[in-house]
Design a protein around this ligand. Sequence first.
Ligand code: CU
Length: 159
Amino acid sequence: MLTRREFVLSMGALAGASGALACPAPLSNGKKHAVLMLNAACGNPDIPNVFEPALLHVDIGDSVTFLATDAGHNSASKKGMIPEGAAAWNGGLDEELTVEFTVPGIYGHICLPHYDWGMVGLIVVGRDLHNLQTAKKIRHPGSARKVFRNLLKELENQT
Ligand SMILES: [Cu+2]
């Protein structure tokens, strides 16, 4: 069992050693998960500004650390796209933020500087899709519309 610090260090080393363009190994360690904030998609440099993974399933009570692998990104929950009763979050630029997920459901999150570019992601807690229809109704600017639509479609296809 790794401590949180060791876990984050290993995640950072992993991302650093392989470079932003390589696909990292699964970024989960038991109840702890990591999402990389990247300037370009893993394995596809033509897609700029991404969360990796963009769609992540975790169990109730798990935590997710958003790692500032590349500079200039943040993670913030998207209003209307988190379950009722869940706490919103809004990380600072380049902040390594850890969020604990105790309320089951779908969580949409965005990078504020690159929201228009489609730097968005979904975290699903406890395989619970009760707020799927609510989340689908939220409107988004620019490329975020398409990326969220594709992620939500991918999620629906998994079930
Ligand atoms: Cu960004």
